[in-house]
Design a binder for this molecule. Sequence first.
Ligand SMILES: NC(=O)c1ccc[n+]([C@@H]2O[C@H](COP(=O)([O-])OP(=O)(O)OC[C@H]3O[C@@H](n4cnc5c(N)ncnc54)[C@H](O)[C@@H]3O)[C@@H](O)[C@H]2O)c1
Length: 255
Amino acid sequence: MTYTTHDPRTAIVTGAARGIGAAVARQLAGDGLAVGVIDLDEADCAGTVEAIRGDGGSALAVAADVADEAAVSAAVARIAAELGPPTVLVNNAGVGPRADLVEMSTEQWDTVLGINLRGPFLATRAVCPHMIEAGWGRIVTMSSISAVGDAARVDYGSAKAGLIGFTKSLALQLGRHGITANAIAPGFVVSDMTRASARRLGLGFDEFRRNAARSIPVGRVGQPEDIAHTASYLVSPGAGFVSGQVIYVAGGPVD
Ligand SMILES: NC(=O)c1ccc[n+]([C@@H]2O[C@H](COP(=O)([O-])OP(=O)(O)OC[C@H]3O[C@@H](n4cnc5c(N)ncnc54)[C@H](O)[C@@H]3O)[C@@H](O)[C@H]2O)c1
């Protein structure tokens, strides 16, 4: 569904310099939203912002670590001032390093939970007043199939499961303001994250993705655009009766 010029809206997508976030940002811009592109380094966002502007859309790059409270507040304030009050938020920034439990440092646990779970809390809290003011909002948070258990990453699996409780709680608390909250739980998606996993396992990426595709019912791995289309639906005006849901975008069902 596209937005009309009578109904301009601003979206924020975190972790949008590359991968799934970049595809979501481009998709939402194509849907007619102005997009605040947040990532760790402003220069890294240039590709996403230039692609959006090249397609005739509107975008602004802002650097922020989503785990940093002051940086998140400042980024949201700048996007609100320059693009307009954000009423769409896609909590996408995430990290997923592998480490066995007994070898996992406390620092790694805190970092992974900080970016993947505290980050969406900080961004949602900062954007929410604009949604309440507008009486309309869409929150989409990137969980993962790891939420149902990840043998290689107990920290990541815990954070991604936490995001499902976060999403359902937001849906319950914010629905009366016209705000929906949903989670997308991707399966294997081609990105720097899955490339890094292949490297850590000592596999070539083609071999890694071919192996993964064998156990995926549709017979292929996901692309960032697969996730972007789902986000586009969830933030659209027509999805206002869908809230508190987890959509597994994994090429098949997930138990
Ligand atoms: N790729 C997959 O197979 C897959 C599967 C399930 C879930 N996910 C989730 O989807 C999201 C996007 O993953 P991706 O595959 O595109 O990963 P990616 O590594 O390609 O991109 C992640 C982006 O987040 C940014 N980022 C990391 N830490 C940040 C921080 N502290 N503050 C701001 N930005 C930060 C990175 O700079 C990067 O641009 C993540 O939440 C990830 O957990 C990915």
